[in-house]
Design a protein around this ligand. Structure first.
Ligand code: GLN
Length: 543
C-alpha cells in the first residue's frame, strides 16, 4: 500500500503561466510545515528528454546531479525546495512509449492488444508511484506540462484521473493553474471557466484553482470562479504579479493555501517554519543598491535561456545587499559594431555563459579580451571558460590561429579540443560529458580562497575540453588552472594580476540556492561591487 499523498498540478488557458514556480512554491509551503516533499514533471512531448531542443523554443536545459538534461522547471524545484532531482523525476511521452514498446517486444503483454488505456496509462501511474517510493515522499507534486485540451496531454490526464479513483480523494488532489486576463479594467473569468469545463469533461474536478493575474483577484472574481467552476471560494487563489518570484510562496500562503492543502489531504500541521523565507523576501524588498552585469550571449532575446545564471546572480546579490541589473549584450553584434563594445565600459562585470555552435563566438572572444585588458571583473561558464583560453592563446601567447576544434576543426592550435571519448560517440542525445564530478582545487589559488576547501562538486554538459598539451604554456604566462576534475580535466581557470578573472568548465549556476548562494558568484559580484565603488570614487576625485 502506498502512503504518499499526490498533488497533481495542471495548467489551463495558455502556456508560460509560471506553473513551475507555482508548483515549487506549493512544495516550499508544505516542506515548511514539516513534510517530506518531492516533485516530478510530466512533459507530454515525444522527445525522450529535452536535451536536443533549441533554447529558443524551450529555454534553458537544466542538468541534474546524475547528468540528466531536464526542463528548466527542474531549476525552480531544486532552488525553492533545496533538493536534488534525477532522470527518474522527469516523465516524457518519449520515455513512456519507449518503455511500453520495450516491454511489448519482450513479450510482457503476451496475447494482449497494447493500447493507450490501460497499458500506457498503467505505465504512467507506475512511474509516478515509483518516484514516490524511491524518494520516500510523504507528498509528491506532479506537474503536468502543457495546457489541458492538448492531444499530447490526454493519456497523462487520464492516468491521473485513474490514480484518484484508485487511491481516493484524500490521497490525490488536483490543482488547476489558469489565467485571469484584465480587459478594460475588468478581471475576466471566462477563460478559466472554459478551461475547467475542459478538465471536467475528462473526469477531473479541480480541488483548488490558482489564477495568474496582473493584479490581485477581487473578491467578486473569486466568487464567480467558485460558482462556475464548482470550487470552494477560499480554494480560489490569487497568484498575481510580484516583483520577484521568491515572493510567490508568500502570497499563496497569505491566502491560507497551506492549511487548505492539508485539510484536503487529511493531514495535520507539524510545525510551520516559514519565517526564514519571509525574512529573506523582506530583506530583498529593502535593498536599494544595485550592480550591473553584462551577459554576453546569442540567445539574449529569450531571457529564459539563461534563467539559472540570472537567478544565481540574484542570490549572490541578495547576500551582498545588492540587486543585480542585467545588460544583455548580443555577441553577434559585437562582431561588427565597434561602438557596441564600448557599452562594456559602462557595466560593473562581464559574464560569458555556456553555448553551442559558431554563431557569435568571435563577439564573445572580443568581450573577454575587453574584460582582460581593462581589468573589468570577468566570469566565464563552460563555453565562456573555453573561449577565455582561446582569447588568451591568441592575444597573449600570440598563437593567432588558436581556436576550439568545435569552431575550426583545422586550426593549427587546437587549445580546446573534443574529448577523446567524444570522438567515438555516434548518437547525439544524452552523449555529452554530463552530470556531477568531483573537482580538486589547488592550494594558494583564488579558487581555494573562494571555496575554502580542496574539493568541490560541479555539474557538466560539454563535449570539448582544454587541450592538456597547452596547459603548461598557458600557466607560464599567468593563466592558472586552479581546479582539475577527478578524471583529470581542466575545470577552473584564473588570471594572475587581474582584479577578478575566473571561469569554470562546470555550471556553477546549477548549484545556487536563494538562501545558499554559490561561492564563485558571490566572489565575482563582490569584485563587481568593489569595482563599481572604485569607478565612482575616481569620478568624485576628478571633480
Ligand atoms: N560547446 C561547448 C562544448 O560542447 C560548450 C558547452 C556549453 O557551454 N555547455 O564543450
Amino acid at each position: 500500500m502506498i502512503s504518499t499523498k499526490f498533488i497533481i498540478i495542471t495548467g489551463g488557458v495558455l502556456s508560460g503561466l509560471g506553473k513551475g514556480v507555482t508548483t515549487a512554491s506549493i512544495g516550499l509551503i508544505l516542506k515548511s510545515r514539516g513534510f517530506k516533499v518531492s516533485v516530478c514533471k510530466i512533459d507530454p512531448y515525444l522527445n525522450v528528454d529535452p536535451g536536443l531542443m533549441n533554447p529558443y523554443q524551450h529555454g534553458e536545459i537544466w542538468i541534474t546531479k546524475d547528468g540528466y538534461e531536464a526542463d528548466l522547471d527542474f531549476g525552480h524545484y531544486e532552488r525553492f525546495l533545496d533538493i536534488a532531482l534525477t532522470n527518474k523525476h522527469n516523465i516524457t511521452t518519449g520515455k513512456i512509449f519507449l518503455s511500453v514498446l520495450e516491454k511489448e517486444r519482450k513479450g510482457y503483454y503476451l496475447g494482449q492488444t497494447v493500447q493507450i488505456i490501460p497499458h500506457v496509462t498503467d505505465e504512467i501511474k507506475s512511474q509516478i508511484k515509483n518516484i514516490a517510493k524511491m524518494d520516500n515522499a510523504e507528498i509528491l507534486l506532479v506537474e503536468i506540462g502543457g495546457t489541458v485540451g492538448d492531444i499530447e496531454g490526454m493519456p497523462f490526464l487520464e492516468a491521473v484521473r485513474q490514480l484518484r479513483l484508485e487511491l481516493g480523494e484524500k490521497n490525490v488532489i488536483f490543482i488547476h493553474v489558469t489565467l485571469v486576463p484584465i480587459i478594460r479594467g475588468e478581471q475576466k473569468t471566462k477563460p478559466t471557466q472554459h478551461s475547467v469545463k475542459e478538465l471536467r469533461s475528462l473526469g477531473i474536478q479541480p480541488d483548488i484553482i490558482i489564477c495568474r493575474c496582473q493584479e490581485e483577484l477581487k473578491d467578486e472574481t473569486k466568487e464567480k470562479i467558485s460558482l462556475y467552476c464548482n470550487v470552494d471560494k477560499d480554494a480560489v487563489i490569487s497568484n498575481h504579479d510580484v516583483e520577484d518570484i521568491y515572493e510567490v510562496p508568500i502570497i499563496l500562503e497569505r491566502q491560507n493555501l497551506g492549511r487548505i492543502l492539508l485539510d484536503k489531504l487529511g493531514l495535520k500541521e507539524r510545525y510551520n517554519k516559514f519565517d526564514e523565507w519571509i525574512k529573506f523576501v523582506e530583506k530583498i524588498k529593502r535593498i536599494k543598491d544595485y550592480v550591473e552585469i553584462a551577459i554576453v550571449g546569442k540567445y539574449t532575446k529569450v531571457v529564459d535561456s539563461y534563467i539559472s545564471i540570472v537567478e544565481a546572480l540574484k542570490h549572490a546579490g541578495y547576500k551582498l545587499n545588492h540587486k543585480v541589473k542585467i545588460r544583455w549584450i548580443n555577441s553577434e553584434r559585437l562582431e561588427y559594431d565597434e561602438n557596441y563594445l564600448k557599452e562594456l565600459m559602462e557595466v560593473d562585470g562581464i559574464l560569458v555563459p555556456g553555448g553551442f555552435g559558431k554563431r557569435g563566438i568571435e563577439g564573445k572572444i572580443k568581450a573577454i579580451e575587453f574584460a582582460r585588458e581593462n581589468n573589468i571583473p570577468f566570469l566565464g561558464i563552460c563555453l565562456g571558460f573555453q573561449l577565455a583560453v582561446v582569447e588568451f592563446a591568441r592575444n597573449v601567447l600570440k598563437l593567432k590561429d588558436a581556436n576550439s576544434t568545435e569552431f575550426n576543426p583545422n586550426t593549427k592550435h587546437p587549445v580546446v579540443d573534443l574529448m577523446p571519448e567524444q570522438k567515438r560517440i555516434k548518437q547525439l542525445g544524452a552523449s555529452m560529458r554530463l552530470g556531477e564530478k568531483m573537482i580538486k582545487i589547488k592550494k594558494d589559488t583564488l579558487a581555494y580562497r573562494i571555496y575554502g576547501s580542496e574539493i568541490t562538486f560541479g555539474r557538466h554538459r560539454h563535449r570539448y575540453e582544454v587541450n592538456p598539451k597547452y596547459i603548461n604554456t598557458l600557466e607560464s604566462k599567468g593563466l592558472i588552472f586552479s581546479g582539475i576534475s577527478e578524471d583529470s580535466r581542466a575545470e577552473i581557470l584564473e588570471l594572475k594580476g587581474h582584479r577578478f578573472f575566473v571561469a569554470t568548465q562546470y555550471h556553477i549556476e546549477f548549484s545556487s540556492k536563494p538562501l545558499k548562494p554559490e561561492p564563485v558568484f558571490v566572489s565575482f559580484l563582490k569584485a563587481c561591487i568593489d569595482y563599481k565603488k572604485e569607478k565612482r570614487n575616481a569620478i568624485k576625485n576628478k571633480k
